[in-house]
Design a protein around this ligand. Sequence first.
Ligand code: BEZ
Length: 212
Amino acid sequence: MATLRLGDTAPNFTADSSIGTINLYDYLGDSWGILFSHPADFTPVCTTELGTAANFKGEFDKRNVKMLALSVDGAASHKDWIKDINEVQNTTVNFPIIADEDRKVSDLYDMIHPKADSTLTVRSVFIIAPDKTIKLTLTYPASTGRNFYELLRVIDSLQLTANHKVATPANWEHGQDVVVSPAIPTAEAREMFKKGVKEVKPYLRMTPDPTA
Ligand code: BEZ
């Protein structure tokens, strides 16, 4: 499988998981999705990540994003590991973990990077829009746990920019000023964005977050 790029259709799959057989497209329905891989069960960083992800589920729900984790161990192992995660992270893992023992999904999504590890998945993230196109990819090494605040932040940006002709600047968070799309002339932007447009440079125009 070639590397998946932004705008590509997320390949569908059917796989075993901690809650039984899952088909990606059926699971996502019309929602956004976040698919994220973990190197292996009963590993320390992954344990913190999955507990954190479970504690963030309410925030993902608010944004209409369904969560789906993956690790290359089996479903029985996942279920045992979930008990540990719930205990040590004081949570309830409330989304499925794909059991990718045959590496079918990992290969489909290029989640094994042989120069990092020949058999275990790296920490990949795919954000999938309701039309099943891939909107974001991230790859972290096994040694670095992901920042779930950043994942929520980027979802806020993706959902905002899908519906408004804006882009979000460095370190932007929901409610802060956004950048007017470069393709829109300033005069037109002033008509479009009733909260006002500040022209810092002809190519850098700011406007308040239209959704705040
Ligand atoms: C971890 O999740 O802690 C981990 C997994 C594989 C390699 C290094 C760390």
